[in-house]
Design a protein around this ligand. Structure first.
Ligand SMILES: [Zn+2]
Length: 388
């Protein structure tokens, strides 16, 4: 915590958008812009899980949100989406509690300008990973022709959009890269190196085994679709986690869920891996503007709820969608927390009890007893329009 920010907040004169935990007294309440009252505040970044009011400082109270019976968490950060593919994408996911997102590889050097423009004008923090293939994600497979992985063009795209491009993406499955997975990844690293940016790989069903791919990843690089089924997933033929996978995590490679819609998530792999203690560092959706129509995705709170069902403690589920995600990219390093002085990005959700069906990417279903529903979102101290 920054002491000066704390002192200012305590005096009611903090910079706009700062959040503070408090049992806000009415006498003081007039000095806050927004008070979220009586919710169960879960902020894993400071180990807090308690009923609190959250006060947002500067000026006067403009609004009060009654959060009794709700969960008040830091704004959600979804580090694998395609939110910038559609102009409407960012506005839709903001309603789901997403106050920060990363569009991962929708565009390469040839079409990054448009994606970067959507990120820049998003109503929350939008950032982009440039695809190492100049075409970006392509149905025919953007790395089948390895000449599309042009390091010079990718570096140029990063240089043009340093304000929003925060890494490089490479998709390595056979239908996308053919036998070019290792070369595609090597070129992605070459493009990222002068900017000191991370690379995110889309794993699973690759030509090369994971044990050949992982050594090409550096600390803070990200493996998404971590529970992709064989061939070349994280489990051996007997269902045991490869030691190389745990070794990669130990040296700082990040394993991300990347829920997705097709071919990336199977209950069988998730259950075998989590039974061996291999949980995601970060949760993410692989979201698009059409995800609400996909029962396997719907929204970020639904994807998070899958891990509540699997037995991950609620605080860890929220950490995977907030503070852990914020730590992956420096662009989010002051986010993912509600402590004093933090930017006031808040996701208010309801944890409903009932019978809920959760779907993997193979129409496999599991039934859970709880599901998180998005209720309201606050970004930079302002309540955003609710979901219809
Ligand atoms: Zn994706």
């Amino acid at each position: 915590m920054n002491r000066r920010q704390f002192m200012c907040t305590a005096a009611g004169a903090a910079a706009a958008g700062a959040a503070t935990f408090a049992r806000v007294r009415d006498a003081l309440a007039a000095s806050y812009d927004l008070v979220i009252r009586g919710g169960r505040v879960i902020d894993p970044s400071v180990g807090l899980d308690a009923v609190r009011d959250v006060a947002i400082a500067a000026g006067r109270i403009a609004d009060t949100i009654d959060a009794r019976g709700k969960i008040v968490a830091p704004g959600l950060i979804d580090i694998h989406t395609h939110a910038a593919r559609e102009k409407e994408g960012p506005r839709i996911c903001l309603q789901d509690g997403v106050t920060g997102w990363v569009d991962c590889g929708s565009a390469g050097a040839d079409n990054i300008d448009q994606i970067a423009a959507v990120a820049r004008t998003a109503p929350q923090i939008g950032r982009v990973l440039v695809n190492i293939s100049r075409t970006g994600n392509a149905g025919e497979g953007e790395l089948i022709d390895i000449n599309r992985a042009d390091v010079g063009l990718a570096r140029g795209a990063i240089a043009r959009h340093r304000d929003v491009v925060i890494g490089v993406k490479a998709r390595l499955s056979v239908p996308i890269a053919g036998p070019n997975d290792l070369e595609g990844l090597r070129l992605a690293q070459e493009a990222a190196a002068p900017f000191n940016l991370p690379v995110m790989i889309h794993m699973g069903q690759s030509f090369s085994p994971l044990r050949a791919i992982l050594p090409l990843l550096k600390r803070r690089d990200i493996v998404t679709h971590m529970y992709a089924p064989a061939p070349n997933g994280i489990l051996d033929d007997a269902g045991r986690l490869f030691p190389d996978v745990e070794a990669a995590r130990r040296r700082g490679v990040i394993f991300d869920l990347g829920n997705g819609g097709n071919g990336h998530l199977s209950w069988d792999v998730v259950e075998r891996a989590t039974k061996q203690g291999f949980w995601p560092d970060t949760l993410s959706t692989d979201w698009t503007a059409n995800s609400r129509d996909n029962p396997g995705v719907v929204d970020f709170p639904n994807v998070m709820s899958k891990f509540i069902m699997l037995g991950m403690p609620l605080g860890q589920v929220i950490a995977g969608a907030t503070v852990n995600a914020a730590r992956v990219f420096p662009a989010f390093d002051d986010r993912g927390a509600l402590n004093i002085g933090a930017p006031a990005d808040v996701a208010i959700m309801e944890l409903r009890e009932g019978t809920f069906e959760f779907v993997d990417n193979y129409k496999g279903t599991r039934t859970g007893r709880q599901r998180l529903f998005p209720i309201a979102t606050v970004f930079a101290g302002k309540r955003t329009p609710a979901r219809a």
